[in-house]
Structure formats: C-alpha cells, structure tokens
Design a protein around this ligand. Structure first.
Ligand SMILES: Nc1ncnc2c1ncn2[C@@H]1O[C@H](COP(=O)(O)OP(=O)(O)OP(=O)(O)O)[C@@H](O)[C@H]1O
Ligand SMILES: [Mg+2]
Length: 257
C-alpha cells in the first residue's frame, strides 16, 4: 500500500479581491511509497506549495482526495511533520524548548521532553546550542531547529516547502547532505518542494516535474543514481540535462490566465 495517495486533486482558489477563479492544480495523481523521497519541482506559481499544503491538511482540495496510510486527510495531524521555508520558531523559547514544544502540548513530562529533545538536537548537529534563542542562531541553524521540531514527533511523513531556499550555497549543500543522512538513518517518507533542479537531483528518489499553472504532472522521473550523489558524474549530468530541458519546455508554456 502506498503511504501517500494523491487522487485526482484539483484546486481552484477564489480570488475575491479580483472577482475571479485561480486554477492552481489540475487532476494530480501520484502514489508515494513508504520511505520514498519525492521532490516536487516546477516554476514559481505552479501549485507546489498548494499541493504540499493539501497533503499537510492546511488546504482542502476542490476535487479529489489525499490519503495517508489509507486514511483521508481532513486536517493537519501528528503523522505529518511540516518544515517551512522560514522555520517559524518561537523567539521566546530556547532551541531545546522550541524542539520539544509539541511534546509539551502533549503533556509529556519535562525530563522526558529534555531527553527526547537532546536526541534530535544531536541528530541535526546543534549540540552546545540547547539554551540559545532563535535570534542567536544563523539561518541554517534555525532551519535545523525546524527540522528537529518536525522529526521529534516521529511523523511517518515529512513535508518540506523549500526549507533551504534562504541559505547560502555552502550551508545549503551541507543541509542537503545532512537531510539525506537523517533520512537514511531514520527513514520516513519525504515530500520536498523545490524549484532548484540541482536540489531535486541531489535529494530525490523521484522527481515530479510540474507544468505551469494550473499545475499538472509533466513527468515523473525515477532517479536511479547511487548516493551520495556525484554532481560531477556523467549519469548525474545526463539526468540534469534532461530535467533542465523539461523545465525549459514547461517555462515556455504560458500559465493559465
Ligand atoms: N490563498 C490563495 N488565494 C488565491 N490564490 C492563491 C492562494 N494560494 C495560492 N494561490 C495561487 O495559486 C497558484 C499556486 O500557488 P503556490 O503557492 O502553490 O505556487 P508555488 O508553486 O508554490 O510557487 P513558488 O515556487 O513561487 O512558491 C498561484 O497562482 C497563487 O497565486
Ligand atoms: Mg511555494
């Protein structure tokens, strides 16, 4: 059984200030197996975040449905951890407290929270920063807190919306490596939104290339490349050429009015 089933998802937004309908997604069908790492790749405005938000349960589809483990998604749930582009941490809480925040809401005792938080602090490489506040951390470190906060709930699915977009090239590449290492060690199903071809090629088992709005699936690419990905290798670059050509073709199509 697929972990996530996206069944004929269509989403139309009503743009009330302009009195018109915006078709964001059109008939998206996709099965994602347990422990898969899928990247959603497409031009700005093609509906990537909308699709992720529907899986997360923050948005409802106009048509179709998403199931996770056979259960229809109707609202956000602890089975799906979400990491946003900006980590939205609570500035008045320390790193450890931010990471353990949801455990506190669940009523888990302080000692237990601290112990669990420490495991994930170590996992994302933040040892020594437990008592720091978000304002005392770099962008990459804040993003690590966001990832640890999602992982601590032990979700079956992690949904990530361009989590590394704001980082410099070096930090981004370190975070990508770390994410793959965490996924390999920890497992779980990842759906990762990006508009970077390189990022999708470095991270994904599969890449879903989307068309311009309304977003449809243009091509589903299986990435049969060994890990860690060798970005200078011939196979990687053949695949990159293919994906870049697809993106170029997609970008040349006009978006819906
Ligand atoms: N709440 C909303 N109301 C009206 N239109 C919306 C709403 N949310 C998204 N849209 C529209 O739906 C389309 C898809 O938006 P979405 O944010 O999913 O794109 P995206 O692929 O994530 O883009 P980007 O790469 O720039 O983040 C856009 O045209 C956007 O203007
Ligand atoms: Mg987006």
């Amino acid at each position: 059984m697929a972990e996530i089933n996206i069944e004929a998802i269509t989403k139309t937004f009503h743009d009330s200030s302009r009195g018109r309908e915006v078709a964001a997604l059109d008939d998206i069908n996709l099965s994602i197996a347990a422990n898969d790492f899928v990247c959603l790749l497409g031009p700005s405005g093609c509906g990537k975040s909308t699709l992720l938000n529907i899986i997360a349960g923050f948005e409802t589809p106009t048509k179709g449905r998403v199931t996770v483990d056979g259960k229809a998604v109707e609202a956000p749930g602890a089975d799906r951890g979400v990491v946003f582009q900006q980590p939205t941490l609570m500035p008045w809480l320390t790193v450890a407290e931010n990471i353990a925040f949801h455990l506190r809401l669940k009523g888990i005792a302080k000692a237990e929270r601290r112990e669990q938080a420490q495991t994930f602090i170590d996992l994302v490489g933040l040892k020594g920063f437990e008592t720091h506040y978000p304002s005392e951390l770099s962008g990459g470190m804040n993003q690590r807190v966001g990832i640890a906060r999602a992982l601590i709930m032990n979700p079956r699915v992690i949904l990530m919306d361009e989590p590394f977009a704001a980082l410099d090239a070096q930090t981004k590449s370190e975070m990508q490596e770390e994410l793959v290492a965490i996924w390999q060690r920890h497992r779980g199903t990842i759906v990762f939104v990006t508009h970077s071809v390189d990022e999708a090629l470095v991270l994904g088992n599969r890449i879903v290339v989307m068309t311009r709005r309304p977003g449809r699936i243009r091509e589903l690419i299986e990435l049969d490349l060994p890990r860690p990905r060798d970005v200078t290798g011939a196979d990687f670059n053949d695949m990159k050429r293919h994906v870049l050509n697809l993106i170029k073709e997609v970008a040349a199509q006009p978006a819906a009015a």
